[in-house]
Each structure stands twice: as structure tokens, then as C-alpha cells.
Design a protein around this ligand. Structure first.
Ligand SMILES: Nc1nc2c(c(=O)[nH]1)N[C@H]1C(S)=C(S)[C@@H](COP(=O)(O)O)O[C@H]1N2
Ligand SMILES: [Mo]
Length: 534
């Protein structure tokens, strides 16, 4: 060891590496902050974390995505963003340690991440062109500059050859310079990042204001009131109409699109569209509105799962709009059999034109349970088609409708292995008692919901252990497009019991026992709950 290296002002090997790693983290942090600021000016979706997150959602294999939806539910996106931040932090640590020896390589590494972020932003389906690259690039330049500078403080000026070592070693380090630069970079990043975030939320202000100004006209064709006996008085059963705040949410949007309704437009065009149409939000509100109760279901819903909800939707009949544009159903000689809806966030959803035009209440919805659509559920306008899983029918934040064919275009989920067509499978769920509940002997109310949208539910049966199927009491039917509550007063005897439910739809087919995974066209099988009666 040389005298120089034992200089008390020189951090020895390990602490120097640690300081390098710290510099790496700080530089990573210092690149995200300006990136957030620039993204606030460009648009929130161009932020590197959101762009890389979006790209990884799109690249994630269907099975893994399905697993994430199952295990993290609506938190899947939060988990993904945290995951990205952890990976970035680890890489920044490594680059910082590298920069102690090789400043240029370390700084170049940060620049490389900027390029990756920019590439992700540019290749997003909703990219608006080169400005989307700016946040990542600005961030990378700031971060790389900081790392280069900080690493320089650790290996300051006088680099001498160690007398007995093979490599260059630092003589002294600029502790003061390092501490000052590091603390001011941390403080500046916090401020800049905070300003970026608050700019983003104030920009969403226009959209929020436009939503607050919406006055939904009363529907020309109101929903038939829910029959009084459609709602059972049983504790623990899903309420017939699901409040907006409790409605499930499934989408790929890392940042909920905040669309300004006053600037929104929808274009209808494509094969067999003799009169293409561009509509503004007010144009939709001026048309005759229908109001319907429709139960939505996600194809990722497991047997017994939570991704199903029923709401009162207000909107414009899609079949009427299409007819005005000259569109004919394939069975009437129309050349387009697939309608592809595109959202502002680049989602594509393909629906059979035949289903939309067969008389069911497919709509462009503007209202949910009497309110303008919540942002999470597609404000200002989304599509809905009773009887089809959401991924083939329910495009949120819709902005474009193209008539095409199944042969010539595969939308987002179909490219990822899901079926082109996906009518909702007949399903039933036990809401109460909950799995592993410990009810007392005597009468235990078993209750839940069953759905077979657009076919309707005809019968629900319950089986206790391996006993016979017994018919449950069915609540009154609201519509064929909504779920139906059911209940069964069970004379519970002591011990562990398995309760199983199955439904029969109005075409007479009994819910299949055959277990199927959610991919490619929806889960099947019977829902069972095990309870211990005390
Ligand atoms: N723009 C957009 N629309 C979308 C999706 C999406 O990821 N992006 N997901 C679809 C899926 S898979 C379902 S099940 C429904 C869910 O609608 P909800 O979140 O309002 O319940 O929205 C559909 N519409
Ligand atoms: Mo879905």
C-alpha cells in the first residue's frame, strides 16, 4: 500500500464503492425528477417509468399478466411500477459502483437507460412522436452529468500510480465537493420532481372540469325500474347494482387517461362505412339516450372471482349510429364482420359487428349509475356490449371505431393469445357464507349471484357435499343482461361441509363442471365454498 492511499482523506476501497453506489442511486433519482417535469409539460404518459411500464405490460406473457391480475388485482400496476423502480435502483447502484473506476462508462450507462426509456415512449401505441422521447433524454443527461461529477469527487485530481499496485489509485477525494453536490442534487431532485407531479395534476384539471360540467340529459328510453324482488334481503349477497366506487377495474393503463370531454372526438370509418362520421361529446348527448342495466364481466375472472359488476348505464345505441353510417350486419351482406374500437391510450378491442347489430343494447356509454363515467371507467365515452367479456366489447376512453374483418386485423388481447370472440360463460358464485366461515348449526342462508348475460338465468342449484342438487330460490329477473341473485336456506349440521353452486341459463344449458383456465376465452367450472359448522 502506498502512503497516498493511507491518506486519511482518501476513502479506502469498500467505502469508496459504497459512495459510488450512493452516487449511482442519487443520479438515478436525479434523472427521474427532470424526466417527470418534462413529462408534465409533454404528457404524463411520456414519463420513462410509465413508458417502460406500459411497454413491459404489453410484452408480458398472457399467463403472467393473468397471474398478476389474479394476485394483485387492481394493485397490479402499482406492483409493476414499484418493481420497475427497484430494478432501476439496483442498476443505478451497479452503475455508481462502476463509475468509481470508470466515470465515463458509468455515465454512459445512465445515458443508455435514457435511450431505452425514450425508445419505449416512442414505440408506445399512443405515442405522439418525438416529443415523447424528451422526458427520458432530459432525465438521462441530468443523471449522467451528476454521476460523472460525483464520481469525479471520489477520484479527485491527483491520480498517482500506486507504488506496489497494478492500477491507478486516487490520492485524495473531494469530500466537501461530494457532500455538497450530493445533498444539493437530492434536494433539487425532490423539488423538480414535486413540481413535475403537481403540474401533471393541474393539467388533468381541464379534464376534471369538463367532467364536472357534464349534465346527463334524461334518457329517451329509461331503464325499466329494478323489480322490487330482484334484490334479496340476505346479508352478504352482492348488491344488485354495484356502486361506482366498488365496481371492478381492469385495464392496461398505468396512468388513468384524463380526457377533456370538450376536446374529445370519435371517428367512425372503415369497410362498408358509406358515410363516415366524426362526433363530439355534445353531439352524443344531443342524441336519443338509452339507459340499461348491464352486468359486465372480465375474461380474467376466476370461478368465484370478483371481476364482475352490474351498473345502470346511459348511452347512445351503437347499432343506430352504425346504421346511419351505412354499416350493415354481415348477415345482411355487410362487408365488415369486426368492429375495432381504439382508445386514447392505444388499446384496441375487436367486437363482432353481428352481435352489435342483432338487437341487443350495445351502446356508447356516457353515464354510469347516473353520473358521467368515472375516469377509471372510461370518461368521457366507452363501449358496452351485453353478453361479451370486456376485452372484446367494452373499450374505455374510446376515440376511434373502425369497421374491418376478423381476417385482416387482430386487436391487442388477440395478439396475446386470447380468443377473437368471447361470449360470457354461464357462471354462479357463492357470496355468503365466505370460505372457511364457521356458522352455527341450524338455518344458514347460502346466497350469491349467477350470470349468463344476454341469455338470462333460469335456475340455480346448490349441492351440499356429495348430496343431491337442490333448487335455490331465485330473485326476480331484472333483465337478461344482468346477473340474478339467489338464496338457499340450508339446514346446517355440525362439521365441515362443501357447498357447490351451478346455474342453468335460459337456453337450457347447465353451467359446465369442466374446469377451464381464464385464457383463452374465460374460466369455467363450479364454485365451491368449504365451511365448518359449529
Ligand atoms: N382502453 C381500455 N379499455 C378497456 C380495457 C383496457 O385495458 N383499456 N380493458 C377491458 C377489459 S379486459 C375489461 S374487463 C373492461 C373493464 O372495465 P371496467 O374497468 O370499467 O370494469 O374494460 C375493457 N376496456
Ligand atoms: Mo377483461
Amino acid at each position: 500500500m502506498s502512503e497516498e492511499q493511507r491518506d486519511p482523506r482518501t476513502p479506502p476501497g469498500l467505502p469508496r464503492l459504497a459512495l459510488g453506489a450512493l452516487s449511482g442511486i442519487l443520479s438515478g433519482f436525479a434523472s427521474l425528477a427532470p424526466a417527470e417535469l418534462v413529462a408534465a409539460a409533454v404528457r404524463p404518459q411520456s414519463s420513462p417509468v410509465v413508458a417502460v411500464g406500459g411497454a413491459s405490460i404489453d410484452q408480458t406473457p398472457a399467463a403472467l399478466k393473468d397471474w398478476a391480475i389474479r394476485n394483485f388485482g387492481t394493485n397490479d400496476k402499482l406492483v409493476l411500477q414499484l418493481g420497475i423502480l427497484v430494478v432501476l435502483a439496483l442498476l443505478a447502484l451497479a452503475l455508481g459502483a462502476l463509475a468509481v473506476r470508470r466515470r465515463v462508462a458509468g455515465a454512459a450507462g445512465i445515458l443508455l437507460f435514457g435511450v431505452i426509456g425514450a425508445a419505449a415512449a416512442l414505440t408506445r401505441p399512443d405515442s405522439r412522436g418525438f416529443t415523447d422521447a424528451l422526458p427520458s433524454l432530459a432525465g438521462a443527461v441530468a443523471g449522467a452529468g451528476l454521476l460523472y461529477f460525483l464520481a469525479g469527487r471520489l477520484t479527485t485530481s491527483a491520480v498517482v500510480k500506486g507504488t506496489d499496485s497494478h492500477s491507478a489509485a486516487p490520492a485524495a477525494w473531494d469530500r466537501r465537493g461530494f457532500v455538497i453536490a450530493a445533498t444539493s442534487a437530492a434536494a433539487a431532485s425532490a423539488v423538480v420532481g414535486g413540481v413535475g407531479r403537481s403540474l401533471t395534476s393541474s393539467r388533468a384539471g381541464n379534464a376534471v372540469a369538463s367532467r364536472e360540467q357534464v349534465v346527463l340529459p334524461s334518457p329517451g328510453s329509461p331503464a325499466r325500474p329494478v323489480p322490487r324482488r330482484a334484490a334479496l334481503r340476505v346479508d352478504g349477497v352482492s348488491s344488485h347494482l354495484t356502486p361506482n366506487s366498488a365496481f371492478y377495474r381492469v385495464d392496461t393503463a398505468l396512468v388513468v387517461p384524463k380526457v377533456d370531454a370538450t376536446a374529445w372526438q370519435l371517428r367512425i370509418h372503415g369497410k362498408g362505412v358509406s358515410r363516415p362520421l366524426t362526433l363530439a361529446f355534445d353531439d352524443l348527448l344531443r342524441r336519443k339516450l338509452i339507459e340499461r342495466h348491464i352486468t359486465m364481466t372480465c375474461v380474467s375472472n376466476e370461478v368465484g372471482g370478483p371481476y364482475v359488476g352490474n351498473a345502470r348505464w346511459t348511452g347512445v345505441r351503437l347499432a343506430d349510429l352504425l346504421a346511419e353510417c351505412g354499416v350493415k350486419a354481415p348477415s345482411r351482406g355487410g362487408p365488415a364482420d369486426q368492429l375495432v374500437a381504439r382508445s386514447v391510450d392505444g388499446m384496441t378491442i375487436g367486437t363482432p359487428v353481428e352481435d352489435i347489430m342483432d338487437g341487443r343494447d350495445a351502446m356508447l356509454a356516457v353515464g354510469m349509475n347516473g353520473e358521467p363515467l368515472p375516469f377509471e371507467h372510461g370518461f368521457p365515452v366507452r363501449m358496452l356490449v351485453p353478453g361479451l367479456y370486456g376485452y372484446v366489447s367494452a373499450c374505455k376512453w374510446i376515440q376511434d371505431i373502425e369497421l374491418t374483418t376478423f381476417d385482416s386485423y387482430d386487436p391487442y388481447w388477440v395478439k396475446r393469445g386470447w380468443a377473437r370472440k368471447a361470449p360470457i360463460k354461464t357462471q354462479s358464485r357463492i357470496d355468503t357464507p365466505k370460505p372457511f366461515a364457521r356458522p352455527r348449526t341450524g338455518t344458514v342462508m347460502v346466497a350469491g349471484v349467477a350470470w349468463a348475460q344476454h341469455r338470462g338465468i333460469d335456475k340455480v342449484e346448490i349441492r351440499v357435499d356429495d348430496g343431491p342438487w337442490q333448487e335455490a330460490h331465485l330473485a326476480a329477473e331484472d333483465t337478461r343482461d344482468t346477473w340474478r341473485q339467489w338464496s338457499f336456506p340450508w339446514q346446517a349440521t355440525k362439521g365441515s361441509h362443501t357447498l357447490t353452486v351451478r346455474a342453468t341459463d335460459r337456453t337450457g344449458s347447465v353451467q359446465t363442471q369442466k374446469r377451464a383456465r381464464t385464457i383463452p376465452d374465460g374460466a369455467s367450472g363450479w364454485h365451491s365454498v368449504v365451511v365448518t359448522v359449529e
